[in-house]
Write a protein that binds this ligand. Structure first.
Ligand SMILES: Cc1cc2nc3c(=O)[nH]c(=O)nc-3n(C[C@H](O)[C@H](O)[C@H](O)COP(=O)(O)OP(=O)(O)OC[C@H]3O[C@@H](n4cnc5c(N)ncnc54)[C@H](O)[C@@H]3O)c2cc1C
Length: 376
């Protein structure tokens, strides 16, 4: 790449950087992507790959719903190794109080055109016979899907490269300057715009943005074909994901095409080491067994951790960085970046090219959270 210059230089080849590269290259722009590691090596490799519509806020709903539609449009082009399967999510209600939430969620989704079905206790048991007895029911969201994130990122990056994008791996970026990035070997790559898509590391390259690392654990089991049919998430997951202070765990399991079961999930602030935390792991597995006792008899093959990029208002930062003429941000996706990568890339490309926006972009603009810092 040397002294070549590009329309867009993207730092980070996770699923968000890859999707952005694909979107910009698809609009005929000259794109370069730089990553210090390999494609999809950060949170993308650690994530669960649940493509899910969420309703924490109108803005979160708009972005997840839009992105899910983009995945549905793309899915026939995805190679087999992406393992895209429209399994549907069941939000599991443990008691009557959570059934109230099921009905609220049903109304919210239905009013916005998302297909959902309320399951009573019997229907829940029929749908997922390995759940424990005594649960109250759930909400089935059939349009939700699962996929294997590193291969999805690789597919998007390969497509960007076929569209002319240049990729440079194993090159760390210590600094983003105005209209260019500096590599650790001193080389510079020039771009009319630079996109910081470095996930949980984004604040290292753009001081002043409020991104915190939120650690998560996942476990993958041996193969148990047919044991699990849908992505199952306890309704208490919402409390866990929303909590901004406490460490938390929630029952969240995913069927893989191989018959393996991916078991999550945990959330921790202030834990910046990659090592498995045995206490959190034990809590997470105990929670999973409370909902599916037979999980306790399965063999686990691997456990790992990853870092979500969390913002204070739980929405990503997508758009121009205040006071930095050429810098754009595409980060802060917390536990939804696999889902929202495609929507993020479209929104960013629309902003840069001045194209018509399909959803309002204001809720994601970085200026909402960092203006005070930059002007201070
Ligand atoms: C346990 C867990 C479960 C999750 N489950 C889901 C889920 O089910 N559904 C969902 O939608 N989302 C999920 N997520 C969230 C999702 O994984 C992330 O939001 C998403 O992967 C973020 O992608 P990214 O491209 O922004 O970041 P990353 O994948 O972290 O990519 C950032 C890239 O930047 C590179 N980089 C960093 N600093 C530099 C530098 N200085 N120079 C050069 N390169 C650099 C890194 O090498 C990396 O490749 C989960 C996350 C975790 C941790």
């Amino acid at each position: 790449m040397g002294k070549e210059s590009y329309d867009v230089v993207i730092v980070g080849a996770g699923i968000v950087g890859a999707a952005c590269a694909d979107a910009f290259a698809g609009r005929g722009m000259r794109v370069a992507v730089v990553d210090r590691d390999v494609i999809g090596s950060g949170a993308t490799a650690a994530g669960m790959g649940h493509i899910v519509v969420m309703d924490d806020s109108e803005a979160q709903f708009a972005l997840t719903n839009y992105s899910q539609r983009l995945w549905q449009e793309l899915h026939t082009e995805l190679p087999d190794d992406v393992e895209y399967e429209q399994r549907g999510t069941i939000w599991v209600a443990a008691d009557e109080e959570e059934m109230v939430e099921v009905r609220r969620k049903r109304d919210y989704y239905q009013q916005r055109g998302v297909a959902v079905e309320v399951l009573d206790a019997t229907q829940l048991k029929e749908a997922e016979p390995n759940l424990r007895d005594g649960l109250c029911g759930g909400l089935l969201v059939p349009g939700d899907a699962v996929l294997y994130p590193p291969c999805a990122a690789r597919f998007l990056m390969n497509r960007a490269q076929k569209r002319g994008a240049r990729l440079r791996l194993g090159a760390s970026v210590p600094e983003i300057l105005e209209g260019r990035v500096r590599l650790s070997d001193g080389q510079e790559i020039v771009g009319d715009i630079v996109v910081n898509a470095t996930g949980a590391n984004a604040a290292e390259l753009t001081p002043g943005i409020e991104i915190k690392k939120r650690k998560g654990h996942l476990v993958i089991t041996d193969r148990y074909p047919g044991f699990l049919r849908h992505q199952l998430v306890e309704l208490g997951y919402l409390k866990s994901a929303h909590s901004v202070a406490r460490d938390s765990v929630a029952f969240n399991v995913q069927p893989r095409r191989t018959g393996q079961i991916l078991i999550g999930s945990s959330r921790q602030y202030g834990a910046e080491h990659k090592e498995v935390d045995q206490i959190m792991l034990a809590k997470m597995l105990r929670r999973a067994q409370e909902y599916m006792p037979a999980l306790g008899c399965m063999s686990a093959l691997r456990v790992w951790t990853g870092f979500r990029a969390a913002t204070p208002d739980k929405l990503p930062l997508i758009g121009p960085c205040p006071e930095r003429k050429s810098l754009f941000l595409a980060t802060g996706h917390e536990g939804l970046g696999i889902t929202t990568s495609l929507g993020t890339a479209r929104i960013l490309a629309d902003q840069v090219t001045g194209a018509r926006r399909e959803i309002p972009v204001e809720p994601y603009l970085p200026s909402r959270t960092i203006a005070d810092h930059v002007h201070a």
